[in-house]
Design a binder for this molecule. Structure first.
Ligand SMILES: NC(=O)c1ccc[n+]([C@@H]2O[C@H](COP(=O)([O-])OP(=O)(O)OC[C@H]3O[C@@H](n4cnc5c(N)ncnc54)[C@H](O)[C@@H]3O)[C@@H](O)[C@H]2O)c1
Length: 401
């Protein structure tokens, strides 16, 4: 008789019915059947907590009233969770993640990792010190064509990187919406984002600029070293920036411009990156995540697509369905979770993923999920932008914040 590998078990903190991103995590993790939700503290509202547990078929005795009792109880069980998924507002990340790490449990946490640099560094230290795996969910690195872009740049297809433009405009906080509160009254996940106590020191850079920064680092292999930033809070009720214009120096000598906005009327979720090299350029737009534009010096512009045979084999392996069949946000999340789960499995000793499908092994995909060290650096990026803006766009080095 065959012995089948067990699925990993996980618990979620946050993600109660009506929340935004917790359910995306749950569906994405389920895509490959690689882990099963068995515990949670989904909301501080007891009724919502219970309703979510019921809806997601989590046993009553593993729906906890608070994350502290959840971490303690799960760490004691023989069949306790292998990893915790933290999908609560930013300000709570540090103490929740820290609690699970201190109980010896691997963690996936949504971005930004923490609201201060000291907290972020502490979590990175703790995870390394205890040999625990941490995923910080920047999902754009999960797209096959983004992986191909990274490979193209690493193998010199566009030559040395000279200039990067990265923009992430959204329009949900346009001044009229802020003034009337029309958008925010019935959507609590937007409300806490506009309050520095729960969001952290920056609105637009902390919420979405951090995605752009992570994407630039991943695709180009260059780190942001210093920034000169202008952050602005538009609208009479805005307590925190909702638009940022940031110049940056990257390692290796390239320059970069970031624009992030939550008041860009007409833009939904328009993450875009353009990388200009000495012998070619590429462009990727997050609302058409399967496609990549490539223009070699002196040549015609081409549109590359995920799933086509000319894709780098490593990137190819992350597609689930042939070209022309769109893959999007859920698959991006699923791919970073797949790489993370492979790493957790190696550590906890389970074997195979989801019944043994043919996904790349843990060593091959270790760089395919965002790790805690780079997420801690992203927190430095946010703080450097805030600091620079306070000092009239003075250049601020990330190592100095
Ligand atoms: N990676 C991405 O693309 C992405 C997208 C959206 C949000 N996010 C991040 O995910 C996190 C959550 O964002 P959201 O939009 O889902 O927020 P949300 O307000 O919709 O959901 C937060 C949930 O956490 C619960 N919660 C709050 N404090 C809690 C506690 N102490 N214990 C248990 N539950 C608690 C709330 O009741 C709610 O269910 C944020 O850090 C945000 O920046 C990331």
């Amino acid at each position: 008789m065959n012995t089948y590998p067990r699925r990993l078990a996980y618990g979620m903190i946050g993600g109660g019915i009506g929340a935004f991103i917790g359910d995306v995590h749950r569906r994405a993790i389920a895509l490959d059947g690689l882990a099963e939700i068995v515990a949670g503290c989904f909301s501080r509202d007891a009724q919502k907590n219970a309703t979510t547990g019921l809806a997601w078929r989590v046993p009553d005795d593993r729906v906890y009233p608070d994350f502290e009792s959840m971490a303690a109880a799960e760490a004691q069980r023989d069949d306790g969770i292998d990893f915790a998924v933290v999908v609560t507002p930013n300000e709570t990340h540090h103490r929740i993640v820290k609690t699970f790490l201190e109980h010896g449990i691997h963690v996936a946490c949504d971005k930004p990792l923490a609201t201060t640099v000291a907290q972020a560094d502490e979590l990175a230290f703790l995870a390394a010190d205890r040999n625990l795996k941490m995923l910080v969910t920047y999902p754009n690195v999960g797209f096959p064509i983004v992986k191909h872009a990274r490979q193209m740049i690493a193998s010199g297809e566009i030559g040395a990187v000279r200039m990067v433009m990265a923009e992430y405009p959204q329009g949900w906080q346009a001044p009229t919406a802020v003034e009337s509160n029309a958008v925010v009254t019935d959507r609590s996940h937007l409300r806490w984002r506009m309050n520095p106590e729960s969001q952290g020191p920056s609105g637009s850079v902390g919420d979405i600029g951090t995605h752009a920064e992570n994407l630039v680092s991943y695709v180009t292999g260059c780190r942001v070293e210093s920034v000169s930033a202008v952050l602005r809070a538009f609208g009479p009720n805005a307590l925190i920036d909702n638009n940022a214009s940031v110049n940056a120096h990257l390692s290796g000598g390239a320059v970069c411009h970031f624009w992030t906005s939550q008041i860009a009327v007409g833009y939904r979720n328009a993450l875009r990156i353009r990388v200009i090299g000495e012998k070619g350029s590429i462009e990727w737009f997050g609302e058409t995540p399967d496609l990549l534009t490539f223009t070699p010096l002196g040549g015609a512009t081409m549109t590359l697509s995920k799933g086509t045979p000319d894709l780098h084999p490593h990137a190819q392996a992350f597609g689930r369905i042939p070209p022309g069949h769109p893959e999007g946000t859920y698959e991006g999340f699923a791919n970073i979770y797949h790489a993370f789960a492979a790493d957790v499995e190696n550590t906890v000793g389970a074997s195979g993923i989801g019944g043994g499908d043919a996904r790349p092994d843990a060593d091959a995909v270790r760089d395919d999920y965002p790790h805690v060290e780079e997420a801690a650096r992203s927190v430095r990026f946010i703080h450097a932008c805030v600091e620079s803006s306070k000092r009239d766009a003075a250049w601020v080095r990330l190592d100095e914040v």
